[in-house]
Design a binder for this molecule. Sequence first.
Ligand SMILES: [Zn+2]
Ligand SMILES: [Zn+2]
Length: 164
Amino acid sequence: MAAPLTDRLAAQLAKADAVAAKHGLALTPLRRQVYALVAASERPVGAYDLLDALAPQRGRVPPTTVYRALDFLVAHGFVHRIESKNAFFACCEIDQPHQGQFLICEACGETVEIPGHELAEQLSHSAPANGFEVHRQVVELSGLCAACQAQRSSGDASHEVQRR
Ligand SMILES: [Zn+2]
Ligand SMILES: [Zn+2]
């Protein structure tokens, strides 16, 4: 996770700084560092992975400190919590508060956020119509990413158990 600062990551950090400035949010060095680590990953990142990644730069950071930074980042829409993985993933549209929807590969963990506010709104409106009070809205689709599907079809016969 100590990957060099790619253009994509640099752009994401610049965007995060701009959104924080616009809304008067304190993106402290630790919060920014945690955000950068989450944003650099194509897979959801767990709090303990973050602790390990921070150690070389900051020494042992108390887990509660990292959880507080993550709470801040989630509360302000910089990252989403991926419930099925108990992990965190950087949002693709941080200046537009929304519920995220995700495609998560079961094999490699690669995760993609599906933008689309209509779906989340449709879901949250259907609940009251059914007399239901929503406490948490989680849309996480699990399956295989394109690369893992390709690997499966080129794999050896022992992997073809799922063929009907
Ligand atoms: Zn998002
Ligand atoms: Zn995959």
